[in-house]
Design a binder for this molecule. Structure first.
Ligand code: F3S
Length: 66
C-alpha cells in the first residue's frame, strides 16, 4: 500500500499525521511534509492509514495498492 498527498489540495488540517504518525509527517507550517510523491505504508499501518485517508477533509490523500 502507498499513499499520495495532493499538494494542491492539502491545507494543513493535520488529521493524517495525527492518526498515522508513522506514515505522515508535518512540515513547519502543518502541511503534510511529503506531497505529490507516493509514500510507502509500513506493515501493520494499513488500517490507521486508511482512516487517515478518509479523515482528510480536503480529500487530498489517495491510496494505491502495490
Ligand atoms: Fe493535509 Fe489532509 Fe493531512 S489537508 S495535513 S493531507 S489531513
Amino acid at each position: 500500500m502507498k499513499v499520495t498527498v495532493d499538494g494542491s489540495l492539502c491545507t494543513g488540517h493535520g488529521r493524517c499525521y495525527s492518526l498515522a504518525p508513522d506514515v505522515f509527517e508535518p512540515d513547519d507550517e502543518g502541511y503534510s511534509m511529503q506531497r505529490d510523491v507516493p509514500i510507502p505504508v509500513p506493515p501493520g499501518q494499513e488500517e490507521l492509514t486508511s482512516r487517515a485517508v478518509h479523515a482528510c477533509p480536503e480529500g487530498a490523500i489517495t491510496a494505491t495498492e502495490s
